[in-house]
Design a protein around this ligand. Structure first.
Ligand SMILES: [Zn+2]
Length: 98
């Protein structure tokens, strides 16, 4: 049976436990909850806690950067469409007035 870190108290908890024996924390979704990817994952065998935390931080930063890239791309598209519509509107007014 595997051990995971309790997200509340940080102590080791069996993945088969229904709640944390140290602080009584109950996973929001029983059974699979202890393996929720959003929770801190214990380091793989042979890797130090510090090294694992560093890799997690790098992975999280990378994920955040990709999300921002997506947001910026969509913002650019929206601004472009807005500008194109605005220019087309201005041009249309000019043509009608002449
Ligand atoms: Zn706990």
């Amino acid at each position: 049976m595997a051990l995971v870190k309790c997200p509340e108290c940080g102590k080791d908890v069996s993945t088969t436990a229904k709640k944390c024996p140290h602080c009584g924390f109950v996973p929001p979704m029983n059974d699979v909850a202890w393996n929720c990817p959003e929770w801190p994952t214990p380091p793989p065998a042979g890797m130090s806690e510090a090294e694992w935390q560093r890799r997690l931080a790098v992975a999280t930063a990378e994920e955040t950067r990709r999300e921002w890239d997506t947001i910026k791309t969509w913002l650019a598209i929206i601004v472009f469409i807005f500008l194109a519509s605005f220019i087309a509107y201005i041009s249309g007014c000019d043509t009608e007035n002449q």
